[in-house]
Design a protein around this ligand. Structure first.
Ligand SMILES: C[S@@+](CC[C@H](N)C(=O)[O-])C[C@H]1O[C@@H](n2cnc3c(N)ncnc32)[C@H](O)[C@@H]1O
Length: 377
């Protein structure tokens, strides 16, 4: 955070609220993350030790290798359609795709039929991805939106992408649920406030009608557009996607909107456009949309179980066998960080979404049935 002075985005947002009244939490998050000039994902380099947060692929190559193994196995389950599109949503520094491609090139005899499709909004991160993937001769294309990716047999991976998408928040008063909005207090500082009342049963599930005053419910409107696009992609061609994120099985009450700066939690109102804003993923809401659009959904499975079932323990042992004592210590620390329930193993969850005609992707078993997700309302 620079010097505590107001960012230009903060000045713009305050002037807007002053002139037009409060804005929804979603509109605030949208501006902070994606404002064309000053949004967090338009400038900056957020990932890594010198950024604001670190992600699983940046912790260890073993994470990407397990996603590579998942890709090989799932491609087989699809019946090995060729050519194959490998799509990544929010590819960060390109590390995950680089590890997946390395793994696929070693494990699959038809590696040359793969094309890569990166959906990325950040100009700086696109440049980092290009540099990282330079050693591969695989054809690679970049897109602003998932809907721009051509249709064809596809595997899709997305690690910590869904949590970037802005959420609407609703707050319960004594009587009813209302939109939660961002306003200005008497000192001209950002504050949360209670906005328009919501019609009963709309968005906030009926079961929360008796929730106590001050309760919060979050909802991500962008899931629907993503699922519709996946549905179009999967209508004519085999499709399997893997979404990994910190999230929960909903519906649930509680605020998960959080702000990170230099690996520390801060207020979401501090330095708009310069801190990372995220919200936990409601995997049940995502699954319900998939089922409603004729896609199959599996999971969510804990990241620890997912990686272990794909063989991260065995892979770590192999690397340790050929490592120095110091390297072995780091390898063990990293694998524990990825799988241990008290670290990333339980907080992070994995969901797979496939086209309707596809068999079960590994290492999932039980598919989510319509009756399960619709009974949650
Ligand atoms: C938290 S980072 C995760 C990066 C990477 N997947 C990893 O695991 O290291 C989020 C990524 O999604 C990108 N991103 C965020 N919102 C996006 C959007 N709406 N469309 C496309 N990319 C987006 C960011 O620029 C960044 O590359």
């Amino acid at each position: 955070m620079s010097n505590g002075a107001q960012t230009l985005l903060e000045q713009h947002l305050k002037a807007y609220i002053h002139a037009n009244g409060p804005i929804s939490t979603r509109a605030f998050m949208e501006a902070c993350l994606y404002d064309p000039e000053h949004g967090y994902y338009r400038a900056g380099n957020p990932i890594g030790a010198d950024g604001d947060f670190i992600t699983a692929p940046e912790i260890s190559q073993m994470f990407g290798e397990m996603i590579g193994i998942w890709s090989v196995l799932t491609w087989q389950v699809m019946g090995q359609p060729m050519p194959l599109q490998l799509i990544e949503l929010g590819p960060g520094r390109g590390t995950l795709m680089s590890d997946v491609l390395r793994c696929l090139s070693q494990l699959h005899p038809h590696f040359e039929v793969i094309s890569v499709h990166m959906v990325e909004r950040s100009v700086n991160l696109r440049a980092a991805q290009m540099a990282k993937l330079e050693p591969f001769s695989t054809p690679i294309q970049w897109y602003e939106n998932l809907s721009d990716v051509p249709h064809g047999p596809s595997l899709l991976i997305a690690n910590e992408f869904l949590d970037c998408l802005p959420v609407r928040q609703f707050v319960k008063t004594d009587q009813a649920w209302h939109e939660r909005v961002v306003s200005l207090d008497e000192a001209g500082k950002f504050c949360f406030a209670v906005g328009e009342q919501m019609p009963k049963g709309m968005i906030v599930p009926e079961r929360f009608v008796e929730a106590g005053p001050g309760s919060i419910f979050e909802f991500c409107p962008d899931f629907e557009g993503i699922v519709k696009t996946l549905h179009h992609l999967a209508q004519k061609y085999p499709f399997a996607g893997l979404f990994i994120d910190y999230g929960f099985e909903g519906p649930a009450l509680g605020e998960t909107l959080q702000a990170l700066h230099r690996h520390k939690m801060v207020s979401p109102f501090i330095q708009p456009g310069e801190v990372d804003l995220t919200a936990h993923v409601d995997f049940t809401a995502l699954a319900a949309l998939c089922v409603a659009h004729g896609l199959k959904a599996y999971g969510p499975k804990d990241q620890g179980a997912f990686l272990s079932q794909l063989g991260i323990g065995e892979r770590a042992q192999k690397l340790v066998d050929n490592a120095t004592e110091l390297q072995a210590e780091t390898l063990i620390k990293d694998v524990v960080r990825l799988v241990a329930p008290e670290q990333m193993g339980s907080l992070f969850k994995v969901m797979s979404i496939t086209s309707s005609g596809m068999a079960v992707p590994p290492p999932f078993d039980q598919r989510i049935e319509a009756s399960h997700v619709s009974s949650t309302n």
